[in-house]
Ligand binder design. Structure first.
Ligand SMILES: C[S@@+](CC[C@H](N)C(=O)[O-])C[C@H]1O[C@@H](n2cnc3c(N)ncnc32)[C@H](O)[C@@H]1O
Length: 335
């Protein structure tokens, strides 16, 4: 297993590190696809559709085979890998001569997002605590790490719910988690960071560092298939380190977002959406570039179209939903 996988991993790591615009790079995309194929052939986790999703109390932890499949969500994967490499570079400056400790909450079976780091840094420079709620993911990951002889990078493998995990010991340098779907619904990303923010060194990093939800309005085409030019109505949530700190997790219930955005006079047949932008680290971000409905790419969530929209007064759009809740729980109304 070792050599075919490493043959893909080495150029992928260097390509992502050296590329400014990884999204357009066909070579990198192909390398990622080949790596996925090698991993799947070696572990048979995606091929046999292993596992079932688990309710974390704050959204679902997707099944291990789905988690493995996320590697192919190329814009997402490139952005997280690139952002993480850049954060490690910055961390090495902020914490000279210290080992960079990465707590990876939600590794899936491949720990995909940290694999490139193992080709760029030595075990003297970085160490990884792997955490996933699925016991099968932990087993798959241990097997992979052993076969690739990467044991020196991994200091612990925890099968735990990151929403309830209490980290003990020294603060970590980087908290990494990609446990999200559009609108911070369905999956527990917000709760994971609300719970774990306090275990990160004050000068450390959260990856992704900012998630911005905002409401937009657009005129739908007749067949409703495309969303043409849209205008921003206003921000619904800016989830960054300050927000997680100010809103620690209530271990009894999810956090409800309850917000209003102004709706100026508008045109007939406008539809509203909840948009998601992800700032992975610094200039590396994922916004709605492609309109492709992929697992983590920002998606649009239609909000209720009220008849009140169809007159010419300025209005307020109210939006209410639980973080990690289902899309059916998203409420919106015009006042
Ligand atoms: C979207 S997948 C991402 C997999 C991989 N990190 C990647 O980026 O390709 C999310 C992973 O996080 C795990 N996960 C989700 N919520 C979790 C929680 N509360 N505690 C621990 N693991 C969780 C899931 O089991 C799944 O393996």
């Amino acid at each position: 297993m070792k050599y075919p996988i490493l043959r893909q991993l080495e150029p992928l790591a260097e390509g992502i590190r050296d590329s400014d615009e990884p999204y357009d790079d066909l070579v990198l995309r192909n390398t990622l696809a080949s790596l996925y194929q090698e991993l799947d052939e070696a572990l048979r986790v995606v091929g046999i559709r292993s596992g079932k999703r688990i309710d974390t109390g704050y959204g679902y932890a997707i099944a291990p085979f789905n988690a493995g499949y996320c590697l192919l969500d190329t814009d997402r994967t490139f952005s997280f890998m690139k952002g993480l490499i850049n954060a490690v570079e910055e961390a090495k400056k902020r914490f000279p001569s210290q080992k960079i400790h990465i707590l990876y909450a939600g590794t899936g079976p491949f720990a995909s997002l940290v694999l490139p780091l193992t080709q760029l840094y030595s075990p003297d420079e970085i160490k990884i605590t792997a955490l996933d709620i699925h016991p099968q993911s932990t087993l798959f990951l241990k097997k992979l790490v052993q076969e690739l002889q990467l044991e020196a990078y991994f200091c612990d493998y925890l099968t735990k719910n990151a929403c309830f995990y209490d980290h003990e010991g020294e603060p970590v340098t980087i908290l990494l988690s990609e446990t999200m779907a559009a609108g911070l619904m369905e999956e527990p990303q917000a709760a994971v960071f609300q719970n774990l923010e306090s275990c990160v060194h004050p000068d450390g990093f959260l990856i992704p560092e900012k998630i911005r939800l905002w409401a937009s309005a657009a005129i739908m085409e007749n067949n409703h298939s495309k969303v043409p030019n849209k205008t921003e109505l206003g921000e619904v949530l800016l989830a960054d380190r300050n927000w997680y700190k100010a809103n620690p997790l209530d271990r009894n219930r999810p956090t409800h977002i309850d917000n209003q955005v102004p709706v100026p006079q508008h045109e007939l047949n406008r539809q509203t959406f909840l948009e998601t932008d992800i700032q992975v680290y610094n200039s590396i971000s994922i916004a709605d570039r492609s309109n492709k409905m992929k697992s983590c790419s920002p998606l649009k969530v239609p909000l209720t179209l009220s008849p009140a929209w169809r007159d010419d007064r300025d209005r307020i759009l109210n939006i209410r939903f639980p973080l990690g809740g289902t899309r059916d729980e998203l409420r919106s109304w015009i006042a």
